[in-house]
Design a protein. Structure first.
Ligand SMILES: Cc1ncc(C[n+]2csc(CCOP(=O)(O)OP(=O)(O)O)c2C)c(N)n1
Ligand SMILES: Cc1ncc(C[n+]2csc(CCOP(=O)(O)OP(=O)(O)O)c2C)c(N)n1
Ligand SMILES: [Mg+2]
Ligand SMILES: [Mg+2]
Lengths: 354, 321, 354, 321
């Protein structure tokens, strides 16, 4: 077990009111898997094994991991393009993710859609469309159904700072506010929309807008996975108890280019350097080390899992050309979204003592 | 059996669905307290409450997008566009979110979008549009367009039961002008074409409001035997029925009210030119609105919309071919 | 000159810092013309002389009159469906307006578009489309051009409370805020969107949103034409001097149905009664009486003008069917909008002493 | 004369216009500092500044709507959609505000909308669309779709000079694959069709990326003399050139990359079936993408997009007819 000087004491780290040690490790694992899978995918992309383009969420792992971890099996998610950890937490395996990137038959969309454009309907997720932030309205509609049926469930979706400029952001925020819906909006403020800096996108931080729609807006350190969890857990509590929507602004930084081709020339080097110091994985790892967790072993485990997944995915077949024309329409009965995995121990504890 | 107007038939289908299936809800602008701009949902809110007869904000993208969300968690939303023209504001959610969902993810999106469409009453450029071709060109969306009261009810039932997004083109000009016997209770009209009048010398292929126009234009056309084929469904398009009619009649006039270029009629004509070519005894003649916005003033609108005279003339010329 | 007890003294009315007596009379005339023309159009509609549907702005006359009166000839307007007085102020004659309603060749759109869907391009106006509030973006774009060219001009548009729910409202507000454009947005809060009351449209009064877009939002008594003028004049000053956009919320009431067919059953009678007492024309008339103006004569004048206009319009021909296919495309050179009439005396005075 | 790629030709046209006419500005997402997703405006911001090479918020409706506003007060905006697919989010402003303005009010709207379109590189359902037919069906919008570097430049110049809204369909797959000699300076390519290769046995009518496909498919097809007609402009559609080719060749294959139903090819085929019927020696054969979203994975995408083999096969069958 690593114990360098930087390692805090358990007392310094402290207990977490809602997260048991296993939960805190799960969060870390999800982030490690996200980063590891995306790094692997990137190298597969460089080898020409990932068609099209490739997007990742390097440096933003805490945003999706923390928020998704607070969601119950019956909750519904629309996961965006920087949020791989959310898929992992809901139960999508590394093999299926890597197969998805490579357009293989074993991918979540079986090659129909690409890279991050997927969601496993069996796990309660609606895959994103490219048009941003269209999924905000889908999440709003799911929440509307929950409220109409009187169910204690919520819908959650992510979207970027740039996406807030589009009309659908407004229509969703307004509708959710008017109907006081159980929906959680996570604004992933990673400082850029492709190459566009914040000041070209809005004159005022969009989190300020939540109040003008009649609901809560909170700003969170998007690079602290436990802070993200706390914010999402509270937002969910508010949602399922009839308190209405929450806009969570997760402040983070996109540490890679918009996509594989983007050299990020437009980003000042200092800005990147500064954010490197706030890497969400390093921060959680430090916490865990302080709690006596063998983080090295954890990393090794995750790497091994990804190696195996990559091998399995690479061995998988491409979809058959004949299948290209199938499934434009649903032929049988429509089947709603299924429930996802929800590892947080809180869901196995009575609500009072979460 | 009861005699109903086209509009009453639509109301009746909605009412039956709301009674029969608790998953069904109707949502749109001013459809609740006011009962809808055309009163299609008049009184619904009293029977079903404001949750299931939902007055929404003025936001078409949200209406479609929220309907999609509600549908994928088990509801059966029926959205009303106050006028079909306003779907332009919800176009992206319809074609990119709803239309492509099942192909991409195997996730069904059972929503129905009611589109009060068409001109003929000085609605002007923004209250007279026939946007069906836009949906036909967007994979994953079914499109139906009834011309009778009976089909209006049956197609709406079928649309709501369908596990896919369905655009229900209801022609405003038919609302109170078309009456007919409508079977009681819930029944489904198949998404296939219907021979409105059998014939052998020439077939007029049309749908929606143009069916009446075609029928009266060809009722007694110099004694010729003229078939009128009512497509009823545009997606799926009943290619078999179309080609069968062409085989029997050998001469074809395709009529639609929408603007000519790339309209539904263009697809029908192209289909015939490719797969019915050998049966043709003359050019595939088209009658449609020219490529102009539908003007407001009566003499202008009359000059643009396909009417009985233009259809008559087209048939006469083709018969003489 | 009428001098009933209700008539205030000139002292009670007081001078207006920016409006001379002639201006105050002009404002009243514009409102009288709007109401008179719309009432006439409504009776023509009942006689079957106005095709399609008919919309009016009964009770809201001050909103368009006051705001348009503050605009200079070089400013550009997108006038909406409750804002007839703005057309009158820009210089559209009653005859052309009534011809427009009746779909005659002499109407502003020569029968191409109907009722309130018009704007005289020679007078610096872009006619509205039905899709609400699309014109907010057109106004924003005009303002963008003014700023890019360094011109001291502004663009102004109106839109209703219901229209604020649509995405284009947001995209326009955000864009105008980011680029700090010389645009004036007049939110015409007439309590209803067709049959939909405010609480079904938004959880928070949209004027609150202006701040979240980085610019000023003010609420004005929309039934006081001089207050409307003041707010618009200030907004215009801010705009042309580089201060950015302004959102003016004009609080008023739609005293008629949404359109001719609407019996307004959904509006509580008391609400209508209450607003009757705040009729914008009565209020301005009282002011003018206090200032010794012969308001009776003014009314008579206006009625005579409308009678003449109606007769002329009714004598005008319908457009010829042959013309129906012309003009989908511009064949010659494109010609930008021309300048409108701007009756306010302020524009003929040095800027300092407006 | 200089040899340029299709992409360089587009850049060159934009640069020339920005230099020649101060009313011209380009606006879009990431086109300034970054130079555009495809680098079409690379370096522009340094020469022309951020006012005329404007990085906009992520808001397509606003991009089109603000361009309309700027145009009616005298500017000549050229909008870039980052991908053609995203026009769905600005659809209403384009078809209802820009497209109908001149007819309704005699007010010209000189805007150009650049739409990087088409598939072939695993872009998936939302980065491969060919939406041109949607604009063809909406009155008041011109639509051009160059297939060569020379036409890319000439058509873009003509589009920017045109006093009407013009959708400029630039095919992403041609950006760097197509090279050609391009005249120096500003020149206009007319909105008419072009005979890419003359022939007499059969004509393949196409546009955009399908021109190359058609040319290579028919380069040496069992010695047959095959004409390839490059439409170049879809609105206006060069009916004369189409009917002339049909008259000369009597057999027609219409190819477009867009989804089959109600595509540009449907309009072309319908036109021929009506006005070229007597010249036809066989069915009007169509080759297009079937009605499915364009899939991501290479084997699936290849199965959907019209390729050399499908065009060859279609021509062979028709020649044998
Ligand atoms: C409606 C729409 N327009 C344009 C694009 C192209 N695009 C893809 S990502 C992106 C930037 C998104 O920025 P942001 O919302 O901040 O998300 P981030 O990628 O930074 O997480 C753009 C412009 C898109 N996806 N959707
Ligand atoms: C995008 C769009 N959807 C629907 C309509 C139909 N419609 C016309 S007016 C109206 C209500 C508008 O309310 P508001 O914005 O408050 O303006 P008001 O009529 O009250 O002045 C509606 C729903 C429309 N014109 N545009
Ligand atoms: Mg971002
Ligand atoms: Mg209102």
């Amino acid at each position: 077990m690593a114990t360098d000087i930087a390692t805090p004491t358990p007392e310094q780290v402290g207990e977490h009111q809602h997260l048991q040690l296993a939960d805190r490790i799960w969060l870390h694992r999800a982030m490690l898997l996200m980063r590891g899978i995306e790094e692997r995918a990137m190298s597969l992309y460089r080898q020409g094994k990932v068609p099209g383009s490739f997007y990742d969420g390097f440096g933003q792992e805490a945003v999706s991991a923390g928020a998704a971890f607070a969601m119950s099996p019956e909750d519904r998610l629309c996961i965006l393009h920087r949020d791989l950890a959310a898929h992992i937490i809901r139960g999508v395996t590394p093999t299926r993710i890597l197969s998805q990137y490579m357009g293989r038959a074993g991918g979540v969309t079986a090659g129909r859609d690409g890279n991050v454009h997927f969601g496993d309907r069996q796990l309660g997720c609606v895959g994103m469309v490219s048009m941003l932030p269209d999924m905000m309205l889908v999440a709003t509609g799911m929440a509307m159904a929950f409220k109409l049926r009187g169910e204690a469930r919520c819908a959650l979706t992510w979207f970027g700072d740039g996406s807030t400029s589009r009309g659908d952001f407004h229509e969703a925020m307004n509708w959710a506010g008017v109907q006081k819906l159980p929906v959680v909006f996570v604004l992933e403020n990673n400082q850029y929309a492709y190459s566009t800096p914040l000041d070209k996108q809005f004159a005022v931080d969009p989190v300020e807008r939540a109040a003008a729609y009649g609901f809560a807006g909170v700003t969170v350190d998007g690079n602290d996975v436990e802070a993200m969890f706390d914010a999402a857990r509270e937002a969910r509590e508010r949602a399922v108890s009839g308190g209405g929507p929450t806009l969570i602004e997760a402040v983070t930084m996109r540490m890679h280019g918009h996509a594989a081709h983007d050299d990020m020339k437009y980003v000042p080097r200092e800005q990147v350097e500064e954010w490197k110091l706030r890497d969400p994985i390093d921060r959680q790892e430090k916490r865990l080390r302080g709690l006596g967790v063998d983080v090295g072993a954890l990393r090794a485990e995750v790497t091994a899992e990804i190696d195996a997944a990559a091998a399995e995915a690479l061995a998988g077949p491409m979809p058959s050309p004949e299948s290209a024309l199938d499934g434009v329409f649903c032929a049988g009965e429509s089947e709603p979204l299924g429930d996802g995995q929800a590892p947080w121990s809180g869901f196995s504890r009575p609500r009072g003592d979460r | 059996m009861a005699t109903m107007t086209y509009l009453q038939a639509i109301s009746s289908a909605l009412r039956d669905e709301l009674r029969a299936d608790e998953r069904v809800l109707v949502m749109g602008e001013d459809i609740g307290v006011f009962g809808g701009a055309f009163k299609v949902t008049d009184g619904f809110i009293d029977e079903f409450g404001s949750d299931r007869v939902m007055d929404t904000p003025l936001a078409e993208s949200a209406i479609i997008g929220c309907a999609v969300g509600a549908a994928v968690v088990g509801l059966r939303p029926v959205c009303e566009m106050q006028f079909a023209d306003f779907i332009s504001c919800g176009f992206d959610q319809l074609v990119n979110v709803a239309g492509k969902m099942h192909y991409r993810q195997g996730l069904a999106v059972p929503i129905t979008v009611r589109l009060p469409s068409g001109g003929g009453f000085s609605g002007g450029p923004f209250h007279s549009q026939n946007p069906e071709a836009l949906f036909m060109h967007s994979p994953g969306i079914k499109v139906v367009a009834p011309s009778t009261a009976q089909d209006a009810k049956g197609l709406l039932h079928a649309a709501i039961h369908d596990p896919n997004p369905v655009c229900f083109m209801e022609h405003k000009h038919l609302y109170r002008r078309v009456k007919g016997d409508v079977p009681d209770g819930v029944y489904e009209t198949p998404f296939t074409a219907r021979v409105a009048r059998p014939g052998s010398d020439l077939v007029v292929i049309c749908y929606g409001a143009m069916v009446d126009v075609a029928l009266s234009a060809t009722e007694d056309l110099d004694g010729a035997s003229i078939e009128v084929l009512d497509l009823r469904s545009l997606v799926p398009l009943d290619e078999e029925a179309i080609l069968d009619a062409v085989a029997r009649c050998s001469k074809v006039v395709v009529v639609d009210e929408a603007n000519l270029t790339c309209a539904a009629g263009a697809q029908v004509a192209a289909l015939i030119a490719e797969k019915g070519f050998e049966d043709l005894d003359g050019p595939v003649v088209r009658v449609a609105s020219p490529d102009v916005p539908i003007p407001f003033s009566p003499p202008l609108e009359a000059a643009v919309l396909p009417g009985v005279d233009r259809v008559k003339e087209a048939c006469r010329e083709l018969l003489a071919y």
